[in-house]
Design a protein around this ligand. Structure first.
Ligand SMILES: [Zn+2]
Length: 672
C-alpha cells in the first residue's frame, strides 16, 4: 500500500514515559496528491502496559493512521517500518474501542474537535476514536469490495439480478416431461388406497393385494408400471416429483442464472396449473470467469432421510457444488440465456445431450449441466479439452475428481501448456477420446521420471499402457532406469502374481535398512525376488528383536527388586519374552501381547507361582504405577475370587512394592 513520501518523512514525536494514559493521540494534516490527508499519530505510553488484541511485537510500537477521505482509504504505518500492512490495521484500531474502560487515550481538545469535524460527528464514547474505528472499518470493506469487483467477482446481492418470472416454455415442459412422465403411486397407511400419478386417479389395491414401499407394480386402474411410495414420509419422492434446472439471463444482461426448483407433488395429481407446484431453492450464477451460488433451503440428513428447511432469504454459499443431487435440465431457455455472454461458446447442449443420454441409459450415471457451465467459465482449459475431443476429462472433472487425480491438470492456469505438467505433444500418444484422468495422472508421473533421468521419452508411450503401480518402483529408480526394473520384474511375474511391485518396493526398502549395496546387480535384481525378500524380512525382524530384547532385559532387571515369597507362594517378574508368550498360551489370556509395552517400561508383568511348582504358570499380574491393574489365572478368572492369592498380593504390595506407603498407612491406622 503506497504511503506518500512526505508522510513517511514526517518526524515522530519523542516516546512518552509518564502519565496515566495508554496512548497519546495527535493529529496532523499533510497534503499529498492534491488532497489534505488526516494523519493520526498514536504514541504508546511506555509507562503502561498495553496490548489488548495486538500482537506482542506490535503492542509496543507507535503507529500512524493515514486517512485518504476522497479515496475512502486508510493505511497504517508503524514507526520504523517503510510500508503499511493492511492486516494490521483492524487489530490496531480495535485498541481504540468504544469502551473507555479498556483504553484511555489522551488527545488535546483542539485535535478532538478537529477529528469530530472531520468525521462529521457530535457525540462520542471515547474522544471520537470509536467513530474513527468505524470509519476505518467501512473504508477497509469498501477497498476489499472494489478489489473483488475488479476481479469480476459476484456480489452477494447479485442474486437479485435474477428475473422473477419463470423462463418461457418451462411450465409446458414440466407438464409434459416431468409431471407427464411421473411413474409414481403414492399410497396411504394401510397399503390399500392411493393415488396413481400416471393416470391421475384414486386407486384401490385389488383383492389380496397391498402396495409396498418402493415396490414396482402395475396401477390397478391404468395398468401402467408404477413405483409405490408411502405418503407423508420423509422420502423425497413422497413429496416431490423431481428437481429441475433452467437457465435465464440476469437483468444486467451479463449474468447467466441457473435456477433450480423442486417440482412438488399435487396430492390430487390434477396440477391445474404448474407454477404453484414449482418451489425454487437454488440459484447458480456465471458471469465472465466467475461463479456464485445461493440457496433458499438447507437440509440435514438423518437415518437415510433428508429433512429440508426453507430459509427466509437467498443465502450465498461458497463453492460450486450443486445442491440436492440430480435434476433434469430444461434446454428450452438456454439459448436465450447465454446469448451474448461467454457461455454461448460453452457447448452446454453438447454436454447436456451426451451426459443426459448416458445418465438415462444407466451409463456412468452423472450429468450436471450447472457444474459444467461453472467449471467451463472458471477454467480456460475446459474449452480446449472439450473442443479437441478430450471429453472424458471434462466429464470426469464435472463429476468431481478423486484425491488421486485432483492435481493431474492445473485447472486454473490461463495458458494451455501450463495446465499440464508434461509437454502438450505427449497428449498425442493416444487418440483424444481415449484419454481419462488416470492416464493424465500416470503420464505426469512418467514425465517426472523422465525428467529425473529414469526414463527415455520414447519409452513413455509403452509405459503408459502398462498396468503397473509405478510409484511403488520409485525407490528402485535411484539405482536403475525404470525400463530395466520393469524388464527385471517381468521375469518374476510368472512365479508370483499380484503385488509384485509392492514386494519389490518392500525389498528395496529392507535392503536400505540393512545397508546392503543396491548398486550391486545381484542385490538390486536378485534371481528370485520372493526368496530374497523373505531373507531380508527375516534379517530385519531378527535385528529388531535383538534391540527389543535388550530393552526388555533392562526393564526386567529393574523389576527384580520386587521379587518376593511368602508361605507356599512366590512372585517374580517375567524374565524373558518367551516366558510371557508361554504364560499367555498356558493360561489362555492375552499377556503374550504385552512384550512391547513391557520393553518400553509402560507396564510390568509378574508371575505368581506355587513354590512347589515354580515352573508352572499359575497367576499373572500386571502392575502399572505400583498398582495392580489385573491379576488373572486360567480363562481370565480374577485373583479377587481366590482369598489366598488376594491376601498374598495385598501383602506383597504393602511390604515390598509400596514399602514406605505401607508403613505410613499403618501409622495412621494406629492414630485413629
Ligand atoms: Zn394409473
Amino acid at each position: 500500500m503506497k504511503i506518500p513520501k512526505n508522510v513517511k518523512a514526517m518526524p515522530w514525536p519523542e516516546d512518552i514515559h509518564s502519565g496515566n494514559e495508554d496512548y497519546r493521540v495527535s493529529l496532523s494534516w499533510p497534503v499529498a496528491e492534491h488532497e489534505r490527508l488526516l494523519v493520526v499519530t498514536f504514541l504508546v505510553n511506555r509507562n503502561k502496559a498495553v496490548g489488548y488484541g495486538r500482537t506482542a511485537q506490535d503492542a509496543a510500537k507507535n503507529f500512524r493512521l493515514i486517512c485518504f477521505k476522497k479515496q475512502n482509504r486508510a493505511v497504517i504505518l508503524y514507526q520504523g517500518e517503510r510500508q503499511g500492512k493492511r492486516h494490521r490495521l483492524r487489530p490496531a484500531m480495535r485498541q481504540m474501542r468504544t469502551d473507555p474502560r479498556t483504553c484511555y487515550p489522551r488527545i488535546d481538545e483542539r485535535d478532538e474537535a478537529a477529528l469530530a469535524k472531520w468525521l462529521g460527528r457530535t457525540e462520542t464514547q471515547n474522544h471520537f476514536l470509536d467513530h474513527l474505528e468505524n470509519w476505518v472499518d467501512q473504508a477497509l470493506n469498501a477497498e476489499k469490495q472494489a478489489e473483488a469487483d475488479a476481479r469480476g467477482e459476484l456480489r452477494d446481492e447479485d442474486v437479485d439480478l435474477c428475473p422473477g418470472e419463470l423462463p418461457e416454455g418451462l411450465e409446458e415442459w414440466v407438464r409434459r416431461e416431468i409431471i407427464g412422465r411421473d411413474h409414481t403411486l403414492v399410497y396411504k397407511k394401510g397399503n390399500v388406497r392411493g393415488v396413481c400419478f400416471r393416470c391421475g386417479r384414486k386407486v384401490h389395491a385389488g383383492p389380496w393385494q397391498r402396495f409396498r414401499q418402493f415396490s414396482i407394480t402395475r396401477c390397478p386402474d391404468c395398468g401402467e408400471e408404477v413405483i409405490c411410495v408411502l405418503s407423508r414420509t420423509d422420502h423425497f419422492r413422497a413429496e416431490y416429483v423431481k428437481n429441475i434446472v433452467a437457465a435465464q439471463l440476469g437483468t444486467d444482461g451479463k449474468t447467466v442464472f441457473f435456477r433450480q426448483w423442486h417440482v412438488k407433488r399435487d396430492p390430487t395429481a390434477r396440477y391445474e396449473q404448474v407454477a404453484p407446484w414449482l418451489e425454487e431453492f437454488g440459484r447458480y450464477a456465471v458471469r465472465g470467469n466467475r461463479a456464485a451460488k445461493w440457496l433458499h433451503e438447507y437440509k440435514e440428513n438423518y437415518c437415510m432421510n433428508a429433512y429440508r428447511y426453507r430459509m427466509d432469504v437467498w443465502t450465498r454459499f461458497s463453492g460450486v457444488e450443486v445442491y440436492d443431487g440430480s435434476y433434469e435440465f430444461f434446454e428450452g431457455s438456454l439459448e436465450g440465456a447465454v446469448a451474448g455472454t461467454r457461455l454461448q461458446y460453452a457447448d452446454i447442449p453438447g454436454y447436456h445431450q451426451t451426459s443426459w443420454t448416458q445418465y438415462r441409459d444407466g451409463g456412468y450415471g452423472y450429468h450436471n449441466v450447472v457444474r459444467y457451465a461453472m467449471d467451463w467459465a472458471r477454467y480456460p482449459v475446459m474449452e480446449f479439452l472439450w473442443k479437441a475431443g478430450y471429453k472424458n476429462l471434462v466429464f470426469q472433472r464435472v463429476a468431481g475428481l478423486s484425491k488421486e487425480n485432483r492435481n493431474a491438470v492445473r485447472w486454473s492456469r490461463g495458458k494451455l501448456k501450463e495446465c499440464f505438467k508434461f509437454p502438450l505433444r505427449l497428449l498425442k500418444l493416444k487418440p483424444a477420446d481415449q484419454w481419462n484422468m488416470e492416464d493424465v495422472q500416470k503420464l505426469t508421473k512418467l514425465w517426472g521420471y523422465h525428467e529425473l533421468g529414469s526414463l527415455a521419452e520414447r519409452d513413455i508411450s509403452e509405459m503408459l499402457e502398462m498396468d503397473l503401480h509405478f510409484d511403488l518402483l520409485e525407490n528402485a529408480m535411484a539405482y536403475a532406469p525404470l525400463r530395466k526394473i520393469i524388464k527385471y520384474l517381468s521375469g518374476q511375474t510368472e512365479a508370483h502374481h499380484g503385488n509384485l511391485e509392492q514386494t519389490y518396493r518392500d525389498y528395496i526398502q529392507e535392503c536400505g535398512q540393512l545397508r546392503l549395496d543396491l548398486h550391486s546387480r545381484e542385490i538390486l535384481f536378485p534371481r528370485d525376488l520372493q526368496e530374497a525378500h523373505n531373507r531380508t524380512m527375516a534379517q530385519i525382524s531378527y535385528q529388531k528383536n535383538k534391540a527389543d530384547q535388550e530393552k526388555f532385559a533392562a526393564q526386567v532387571k529393574k523389576l527384580e527388586r520386587w521379587a518376593w515369597e511368602r508361605g507356599a507362594l512366590l512372585i517374580r517378574p517375567a524374565r524373558a519374552q518367551k516366558e510371557l508368550s508361554d504364560e499367555g498360551a498356558a493360561l489362555h489370556h492375552c499377556v503374550g501381547g504385552y512384550i512391547q509395552r513391557v520393553a518400553n517400561g509402560e507396564t510390568a508383568i509378574f508371575f505368581v507361582r506355587k513354590k512347589a511348582e515354580p515352573e508352572k504358570p499359575y497367576f499373572t499380574l500386571e502392575l502399572r504405577d505400583k498398582r495392580v491393574i489385573q491379576c488373572r489365572t486360567k480363562n481370565n478368572k480374577s485373583y479377587e475370587l481366590v482369598p489366598e492369592i488376594r491376601n498374598f498380593v495385598v501383602s506383597w504390595l504393602e511390604e515390598r512394592v509400596n514399602k514406605k506407603a505401607g508403613r505410613a498407612k499403618k501409622k495412621t491406622a494406629h492414630a485413629a
